[in-house]
Design a protein around this ligand. Structure first.
Ligand SMILES: [Zn+2]
Length: 279
């Protein structure tokens, strides 16, 4: 797993960041109305013959998946993983194994995770992941000490780690048939009481770094690195030193799926400088 510690979001809310990161527009030029009327990343890759599946577990894809196959996970209600309208993120794997087994073409599967979303952090993980204690088990987070709030949030991260681990295990399980890779990034950050600020959605220009600094991770199977001539050592070095943002996602994924389009701008492709095409 390669971690990109210097990564910024497009917005401070799901409704801004999700459509922004799947659009060709960079943050500084992002226009939500325009994005909703033009093809996004998934429309383009689908038109290029890539099989697309969007698994939804965060209350909606904000228009990004409207024209591609998508499944609303809470309405499928995996036994033991859902309660009411909310599911743990492990429910995102519902049906994915069967989906992969019937695939005969290149594919992208998007798992839109609820992750650590507000405000009920304690409802984002099963009991087995309540490792940091004491936790705060109500929505009224302003009544919670920062240590206890952080414990509760850290448990959501522990569970996220587990979900990503399961996703990689799933990809490894199918690597006899597919060259696989995984990209993870958050839609935005979260304030946990720093300077008495909580949650997210602050106007971008005045938002604290906790809301705009996001985690990004990449895992490339050995076969994928070989086929696409990606030098992992190079990528690890760049990841540590360079700054990235959600603006990189559109162009990086296009190239990772080997889709050729005029929309592709190599200067935004994270892997670009670490490909050895002569290899
Ligand atoms: Zn969000």
């Amino acid at each position: 797993m390669i971690y990109f510690p210097h990564t910024q979001s497009c917005g401070t809310s799901t409704g801004v960041s999700v459509p922004c990161m799947f659009s060709s527009m960079p943050r500084t030029q992002y226009d939500a109305a325009l994005a909703s009327h033009q093809e996004g990343l998934l429309d383009i890759v689908q038109r290029a013959g890539i099989n697309v599946l969007w698994q939804e577990n965060d209350g909606g894809c904000k228009g990004v998946c409207n024209r591609v196959p998508n499944k609303d996970i809470p309405s499928i209600a995996a036994p033991g993983l859902c309660s009411g309208e909310e599911c743990y993120d492990e429910a995102l794997f519902t049906g994915v194994e069967d989906h992969i087994n019937q695939l005969n073409s290149d594919t992208i599967i998007v798992l839109h995770m609820i992750g650590s979303h507000r405000p009920a952090y304690y409802r984002r993980y099963p009991d087995a992941f309540k490792q940091f204690t004491p936790t705060f088990d109500t929505n009224q987070i302003q009544n919670c000490s920062q240590d206890v709030l952080t414990n509760t949030y850290d448990n959501t991260l522990l569970y996220l780690d587990n979900t990503l681990n399961n996703a990689i295990a799933l990809l490894k399980h199918h690597q006899d048939k597919f060259n696989t890779a995984l990209v993870y990034l958050s839609d935005h950050g979260e304030s946990l009481g720093e300077d008495s600020v909580y949650l997210h959605s602050m106007p971008y220009a005045v938002a604290p770094s906790q809301q705009t600094h996001i985690p990004m991770l990449m895992w490339l199977s050995h076969d994928y690195q070989q086929q696409f001539a990606v030098e992992e050592t190079c990528l690890r070095q760049r990841a540590q030193t360079q700054s990235y943002s959600q603006d990189n996602l559109f162009h990086t994924i296009l190239e990772m799926l080997n889709v050729t389009t005029n929309e592709y701008q190599p200067e935004w492709d994270i892997l670009k400088g670490c490909r050895n095409r002569t290899a």
